[in-house]
Design a protein around this ligand. Structure first.
Ligand code: FRU
Length: 483
């Protein structure tokens, strides 16, 4: 199908209910469909937005283009959960239906204010010359999930940025509101994180300049910046597009990075850190991760498993993208730790002892403990003859783990490589907690010291799980329930 600009920006009401229903059924009947992760009801899902806790429920909204597997006119689709695992899709919450968000209700965040959930997002508007005008918008959602948009934009594009100025994260500190935004500096065309402050959520908002967190150039644009506090340490999670690979090594088209700091001063926008900027995820497809400081004192994060400007094999089925499971973030010796959310255990079915080979439904959790000085390959979604599989090459002698997507079924963006490798301590036991959901894999390594997340697309009937050599390991396997 030809996706002209005109078609991508066709107002929602111009699409027929019949078309939408057809797209929804196509997405839900796909063999690649996720069964225990958030996935689009139809069309394309990208960034998680407004991840929050309000009215005794967890909320997350997803960037949605419901009419196809492309980036078109975006809206926010609302999902709720009681346990961070079972999510219910309540449908579209923010439509791109005003002058200020006419070309997309872009990414943003949420905060409980005065017994309502305040949503802040970027209204993407374009004029007749197709020039972009980003408006930072506000909306209040009440306990009936009814949303009222504020009529005026809260923050307009400052003089010192280009029109790439979006993705507000709303924060509260010492009785004031703060907002950080992804930006492109006008003079240098480099990626920045802008900081604004207000006494009243409705403004006026004051420009505090860019956050000073590095002396390095951060590519040409930073998308989806987020600041959370873990054990009182500030942690920045952000997507510096076009980042020089000599500054931080990465292999994906665009990176999702993390920087653990020592101190953040809201007034001076100074972020002190002695740590390096690192990849948040060591796999293939994580982007636009949205963490948040939850009222239970924990820090949770959700990632889009999909990347901008790339295509995926499900495009021919008219849908694309999914989310990671909720991850719980913590710090250990200055390093970010990401663990599966504890309630994911509620999905476990009967425990099975994994001794080296199993027929699966490609919907499971596998806990694997590999002894020191072992070398093997774990095959995921292997075909009958094991000529094709998604592979995890494990070497506990040399401390190496490789996720290998080559020859795992349909190819996925091979231009950006087919393997992702990480270094681990040598000659020690390796702990893996692996989650497979049809076309998604999440590998948590050594209790969350690394995560490797990827989409993969096995051919029909490829559903074997097996381990190559007769090595020393312990394996526990659970089929996972649908959500
Ligand atoms: C990141 C992003 C954001 C923007 C949104 C639009 O993937 O480009 O910067 O707000 O997607 O869908």
């Amino acid at each position: 199908m030809e996706w002209s600009t005109e078609k991508r920006y066709l107002p929602y009401e111009k699409w027929s209910a019949k078309t939408l229903l057809k797209l929804q059924s196509q997405a839900s009947n796909s063999p690649y469909q996720l069964h225990y992760h958030i996935r689009p009801k139809s069309g394309l899902l990208n960034d998680p937005n407004g991840f929050s806790y309000f009215n005794n429920e967890w909320h997350v909204f997803y960037q949605s283009y419901p009419f196809g597997p492309v980036h078109g006119l975006k809206s926010w689709e609302h999902c709720v959960s009681k346990d961070l695992v079972h999510w219910k899709d309540l449908g579209t919450a923010i439509y791109p239906d005003t002058e200020l968000d006419s070309h997309g209700a872009y990414s943003g965040s949420a905060k409980v204010i005065d017994n309502k959930l305040f949503l802040m997002y970027t209204g993407n508007a374009r004029d007749a010359e197709w020039i972009r005008h980003p408006h930072q918008m506000g909306a209040f959602m009440d306990k009936n999930n009814h949303i009222e948009k504020l009529p005026n934009s809260l923050i307009e594009q400052p003089q010192h940025t280009t029109d790439h100025f979006r993705d507000p994260q709303i924060l509260e500190h010492n009785g004031k509101y703060y907002c950080i935004l992804g930006a492109q500096d006008k003079a240098t065309k480099t990626g920045k994180i802008a900081l604004f402050e207000a006494k009243d959520i409705k403004g006026p908002w004051h420009d505090l300049g860019y956050i000073d967190f590095t002396n390095e150039e951060m590519g040409y644009m930073i998308e989806c910046p987020n600041l959370v506090f873990i054990d009182e340490k500030p942690v920045l999670i952000f997507c510096p597009q076009g980042l020089d690979k000599a500054t931080v090594k990465y292999e994906n088209i665009y990176p999702n990075m993390v920087l653990v700091g020592d101190k953040f001063d809201f007034k001076s926008a100074q972020f002190d850190s002695k740590n390096p900027i690192q990849n948040l995820d060591d796999g293939f497809d994580v982007y636009a991760t949205q963490p948040f400081n939850a009222p239970d004192g924990k820090v949770y994060a959700l990632s889009w498993v999909g990347l901008p400007d790339l295509t995926y094999p499900t495009d021919i089925e008219n849908w694309s993208g999914c989310y990671s499971q909720v991850k719980e973030l913590s710090l250990k010796n200055g390093q970010l730790i990401q663990k599966p959310v504890s309630t994911i255990k509620n999905l476990r079915q009967e425990e099975v002892n994994f001794t080296g080979e199993l027929e699966t439904k490609n919907q499971y959790e596998l806990k694997l403990e590999v002894a020191a000085s072992q070398k093997t390959t774990l095959h995921i979604a292997a075909d009958e003859a094991n000529t094709e599989s998604l592979k995890l090459h494990i070497d506990t002698t040399n401390g190496e783990l490789i996720l290998d997507r080559q020859n795992s079924g349909f190819t996925v963006n091979e231009k950006y490589g087919t393997k992702r490798a990480i270094k681990l301590p040598k000659n020690t036991t390796l702990d893996l907690d692996i989650f497979v959901d049809h076309s998604l894999i999440e590998v948590f390594v050594n209790d969350g010291e690394h995560v490797l997340t990827a989409r993969f697309f096995p051919k029909k009937g490829s559903n074997k799980l097996l381990i190559d050599e007769n090595i020393k390991f312990k394996g526990q396997y659970w089929e996972m329930a649908d959500i």
